[in-house]
Write a protein that binds this ligand. Structure first.
Ligand code: HEC
Ligand code: HEC
Length: 277
């Protein structure tokens, strides 16, 4: 994965290739199947940029508050540069779960841009309102635009807005979880703690408190993640690493096209039964 990260940085820094040329260059000696895999990865990479894009690419995080962030909002600094901070984990902005509370901005969602032209979306990302051209190169903006056009999901198919409960089948979800998540997160999802021992946050916590964020991360992965630290500091993970179940620099994988949307719905439903603290 380090290699992948480096190659991304290299392509960004040279700016010599259009995204099309990059994919042609990489896909040149591959069959159609591999080529498709590559396109899938790009959609998820765009999804990770919707989140903490600076973390995905190892860039410095913005010091200023985003120019479009409304003065009535309560957040400031780098977090206001995450697309999700204004448009929501459910992509519905003020029409969705950010219709009130500490993330309220009154800004609309991006659902109307599903299946529209990535070029038009790129233009929006570079306009005076967004100014993302000041922090990311065209290749990254193109990935973001493709995510907006073709990578969003309708979260109401997965999660009930009123109850925040996922709509799948716990028993089926348990199998999916065992197959795709346990080797890193552990049998009850508590081997990776996103916060600290005093105030723990596990995948069970995220799935119950913010299933929309969990869904986004299941589809796209987690920006700039790596198992490296955990293979050294968590004894359960270290054991599984030693027998070859985990690679040291392995990131949190994207489940886009690895699972069906039904499979993801069942998985999220099971995750809501896991310990939250
Ligand atoms: C600080 C707040 C903020 C952030 C962060 C932000 N946007 Fe926006 N975005 C806006 C505002 C304001 C509008 C204009 C909405 C309107 O016309 O009412 C908008 C509009 C859009 C639209 C057009 C929506 C429509 O239906 O007109 C798209 C697409 C979009 N943003 C994508 C993104 C993406 C992708 C990111 C992350 C790279 C992002 N935005 C980050 C504030 C933000
Ligand atoms: C190869 C190891 C690996 C696998 C497999 C894996 N994850 Fe992760 N996951 C991670 C890492 C590493 C992080 C980031 C932890 C960090 O940096 O705090 C993460 C983060 C997450 C987060 C983000 C939590 C937050 O609050 O930011 C969620 C949700 C999540 N994983 C769910 C899953 C689910 C569901 C599966 C199975 C489909 C899964 N993961 C499979 C390694 C993995």
């Amino acid at each position: 994965m380090l290699v992948r990260r480096l190659s991304i940085l290299a392509t960004i820094s040279t700016l010599l290739f259009t995204p099309q040329a990059i994919s042609e260059q990489r896909g040149m000696h591959m069959g159609g199947k591999h080529m498709r895999g590559h396109m899938d990865n790009r959609l998820s990479e765009g999804g990770r940029l919707y989140d903490k894009w600076w973390q995905e690419y190892g860039l410095k995080k913005p010091a200023q508050t985003h120019p479009a962030y409304p003065s009535k909002g309560v957040n400031k600094g780098a977090s206001t540069w995450r697309c999700k901070e204004c448009h929501g984990w459910d992509y519905r902005g003020k029409e969705g779960t950010y219709n009130k509370g500490s993330h309220f901005t009154g800004i609309k969602g991006i659902r109307e841009y599903v299946n529209t032209s990535p070029n038009e979306i790129m233009r929006i990302l570079k306009d005076d309102n967004h100014q993302y051209n000041t922090v990311m190169r065209d290749r990254a903006l193109n990935l973001l635009a493709r995510f907006v056009a073709n990578g969003q999901v309708d979260t109401t198919q997965f999660i009930d807005d009123k109850t925040a409960k996922a709509k799948g089948d716990i028993r089926i979800g348990q199998h999916v979880f065992a197959d795709k998540c346990v080797r890193c997160h552990g049998t009850d999802g508590t081997d990776i703690n996103f916060k600290d021992s005093k105030n723990p946050e596990y995948i069970g916590t995220v799935a119950s408190k913010n299933p929309w964020e969990a869904l986004h991360k299941i589809y796209n992965g987690h920006p700039g993640s790596s198992m490296h630290h955990m293979t050294m500091h968590n004894s359960n993970i270290r054991e599984r690493y030693k027998i070859g179940l985990i690679r040291s620099n392995e990131p949190m994988p994207s489940m886009r096209f690895k699972l069906s949307s039904e499979g993801i719905k069942h998985l999220l439903t099971y995750m809501q039964t896991l310990p939250a603290k």
